[in-house]
Design a binder for this molecule. Sequence first.
Ligand SMILES: [Zn+2]
Length: 391
Amino acid sequence: MVKSANAGRKVIITVTCDWDGLDYPLNGQHNPAGNPHFRFDRGMQAIAHFNKMFDHRIPITHFICPVYFTRSQALAEYYAREISQRIKNSCCEIGLHLHGWISLVQACGITPRDAVQDHALPDWGAQENSRLGLSVPYQNDHGDEKIDYGHGVPLGVYSQDEICQLVERGRALLIKNKIIKSSGDCVSFRCGGWMANDAVLAAIQMVDPPFQYDASAVDASFFATGSGDLNRWLAQLWGSQRQIGNSYLANSLFLSAYPNGIHIRDNGNDVSAAQPQKIQKLLELPDTAILADYVTADYMKEQIDRTVAIASQQSSDLYVSLGFHLESGGDPRFGKRFGHIERVIEALEYANQQYAATGKIQYLTITAAGRGFLQNSQRVHTPTESSSRHR
Ligand SMILES: [Zn+2]
């Protein structure tokens, strides 16, 4: 009996999907019928395929940016209907994801910071496309042709009060469009571009009800081949150096929980120093294997293997996270049939073959994983607390 109690712990795997609102038109050989929602629709099909492949046994945490509901009424209705149908009867979780889209910031009652107008504004995509970065053309409710942009503006350029309002109204948009029933159904957060500075981490704890889980912390070295700005900023934000107090890179709250920063790739894919930690009232769950745009299936498999090996020596569970973006997840330019989701599926099929029968892995949503972590850490601390109380 004693031996089995000491025989190591489980690896908890969270699978996340980031919905960035990047339903830009993709025409040509992949989309001969010219479906204007090709990338969105393919992402939805990719998720349906995922759920069928794993028989709904692997829950996905969907971090949804409410920009789907702020471009026009017609678009809002289209997306809301499709999303509701897809998540109905599934074991998934809905979390909030915020990018600095102009239409979204306006809809939340805040004056948008605009990289086209303000060349000093930080924007990791703005060096391309006449400073628009990744952008989405659309028609508004008056029939005017518009372009939505601002995807690459870090949320931390807004003040803490403004971020509170963006978070509150953003979550309200998910309720209005019937993606969730009430704000208490959405308590997990991931910042757009993983750019959660002090103001963001503070703001999400201040809204009512407060967010309980954040999944924005990353190892920046995964992004070394990506956009120069984003890579540099993430290295500062989630590294071990304290950044200037008031900037979009301010990271004091993070450093109070992770004084050495987050290092996984350079640490031989070892996630043991990137485990959940309390940041004030929030539980941070680092995005250990980030999203499939930036890592291969082999890298995800190796992380799972290493974590299972380490967990066998541990007295508490270990946590890993992997995932994909909705619109590149199903984009056939990035895969054989769907898109980046294929890498995630390959890694999870491997994990199932290797470990499902052993009981060494468990798949949970971010909220279920976070709740389990908190319950386990409470159990570990309880005997000491109760014995001191009786003294
Ligand atoms: Zn995003």
